[in-house]
Design a protein around this ligand. Structure first.
Ligand code: NMX
Ligand code: MLT
Length: 456
């Protein structure tokens, strides 16, 4: 079977030619207008980024190389065991090459990542063990990733002047695969820092998939947990692994403009290596309007449950939501900068819970999450501000992890960070393949904008 690198090499010439032709023949074609509202409004609607792996349709949600969430669920290879969710490794292959991998190709990428990820560099271990155990988990992740820049092949070879521009992608790919492969150990290390004084909670295995390793190192699989804190039954353990596969499989990318992807791309455009670039993306993912929203949702559901007498009391829920809105706070897990319909990733997470009614029948947080999906859009519509009153992906994810025993709320975004590495790093490889330049948009001050109004 072809390796990922070989499969990528096969598709590169065609894409390079296509970009060359676009630049040469259609370079002056207008993409769209840029308005003052867009300049002052977070660049909304401003089509000015090149992004290959995914694109976001406001009505239908994210497409991964043209495939919807549902199509990915039906077509991407899993472990071969009936009922298992597709492997994020299959998704990585799809993003990088544009094609659905065969079962063999997915299995060989799974193995390749498992081997690449078997050890963290000693200096990264050292840095992580020196961090205060109560440091924000996302800060720990960003530091851990940035420290790995010391071993970056791209940075080393660039420094030595050994490689030509059109070959940069090869070391970028190596670094990116090593970075993605290192995430189970990094994540496990951070979780053990915050919950277990840095003592391992489970073991790494080269024989299993990326998500099984993440779950083992969180101490969430039976038989691998050295501290015996795993209270899950075997079925729950398997369900948790599948939840992790589903979650990390569909959070990989959300086209280029979201904060984590955009940041990675921008920093990478200065030829910073993948470790530094993605570490910067992680810093953006840590914001409450972006990835940290999953944690905010969990806190919000728990607090609301302690403030209402019953989930069946719709009016009490509405009153609670209005109290939040009237105090000028946002309802976490609702709204989206681009989407105008319920997020299909939310629907996929919801279906995970709906397929396991007995597991969740007594979890009042999960029940409230489901109830809110009916009530909150009505309240937000009446409120009339948000352009999208529907649940986004963060509405459901954290509370499902919480159900299985991941109770450290600040940690949820680290799991998001494991997944999000795949999309932006794929794009970074493609940025190098296509030789994209440093990003440097022109900025305007107030007087500059006002002058434009006089000209028009
Ligand atoms: N609750 C209350 N108000 C909201 C909400 C919400 N969930 N969503 C948007 N608004 C407000 C928004 O604050 C803005 O108010 P103002 O004019 O006073 O500044 C107004 O509605 C218009 O905002 P939009 O254009 O609809 O949204 P925008 O593109 O600016 O922001 C989000 C998108 C996602 C940042 C925003 O909807 C939000 O803050 N949601 C809650 C946080 C959240 O769930 N974030 C997760 C995003 C998904 N992710 O994975 O990163
Ligand atoms: C994401 O997954 O990055 C979020 O939905 C935010 C976005 O797309 O802007």
């Amino acid at each position: 079977a072809l390796t990922l690198k070989e499969a990528l090499e096969n598709v590169i010439p065609k894409k390079r030619d296509a970009v060359k032709k676009l630049k040469a023949c259609y370079g002056s074609t207008f993409v769209g207008p840029i308005t003052i509202s867009s300049v002052l409004g977070g660049m909304r609607g401003n089509q000015s980024m090149f992004w290959q792996g995914t694109s976001l349709d406001p009505e239908h949600g994210i497409k991964f190389q043209g495939l919807t969430v549902e199509e990915c669920q039906n077509r991407l290879p899993n472990t071969g065991i009936d009922g298992d969710n597709f492997l994020p490794e299959s998704m990585l292959w799809l993003l990088m090459t544009g094609g659905v991998p065969t079962f063999q190709q997915a299995a060989s990428l799974r193995k390749e990542l498992a081997i690449r990820g078997r050890k963290l560099p000693h200096y990264t271990e050292k840095v992580l063990s020196s961090l205060p155990k109560d440091m924000h988990p996302m800060t720990q992740l960003a530091i851990g990733l940035a420290s790995m820049n010391k071993g970056s092949l791209f940075a080393t070879n660039y420094q030595k002047g050994l490689i030509g521009k059109m070959e940069f992608w090869k070391d970028t790919l190596e670094d990116s695969l090593n970075l993605i492969a290192s995430l189970p150990l990094l994540t496990g290390r951070i979780y053990s820092n915050i919950t277990n004084e840095g003592h391992p909670l489970g073991q790494y295995s080269e024989e299993v998939d990326w998500c099984t390793n993440i779950c083992s190192l969180l101490g969430m699989t039976n038989g691998t947990n050295s501290s015996n804190t795993c209270n899950l039954t075997s079925q729950q353990s398997l369900d948790f692994i599948n939840l992790m596969r589903l979650y990390t499989g569909i959070h990989v990318d959300h086209e280029g403009g979201n904060v984590s992807a955009h940041t990675t791309h921008l920093v990478g455009s200065a030829l910073s290596d993948p470790y530094l670039s993605y570490s910067s993306g992680i810093m953006g993912l840590a914001g409450p309007l972006h990835g940290l929203a999953a944690q905010e949702v969990v806190r919000f559901l728990i607090e609301m449950n302690s403030n209402i007498s019953s989930i069946a009391r719709e009016q009490e829920i509405k009153d609670y939501l209005w109290k939040i809105l009237n105090s000028n706070r946002v309802i976490p897990g609702y709204g989206h900068a681009v989407l105008r319909k319920p997020d299909p990733r939310f629907t996929a997470m919801l279906e995970f819970a709906q397929k396991r009614p007995i597991e969740f029948e007594n979890d009042k947080n999960v029940l409230l999450m489901q109830k809110l999906a009916e009530i909150a859009p009505k309240v937000l519509l009446e409120h009339g501000k948000s352009k999208n009153p529907f649940p986004n992906v963060d509405s459901a994810s954290g509370i499902l992890f919480y159900h299985y025993g991941i109770r450290e709320l600040l940690f949820f975004t680290v799991i998001f960070g494991c997944s999000r590495a795949m999309g932006p790093l794929t794009q970074l490889v493609w940025d190098r393949i296509l030789g994209l330049p440093i990003e440097r948009p022109k900025s305007l001050n107030l007087e500059g904008l006002e002058a434009l109004t006089k000209a028009s």
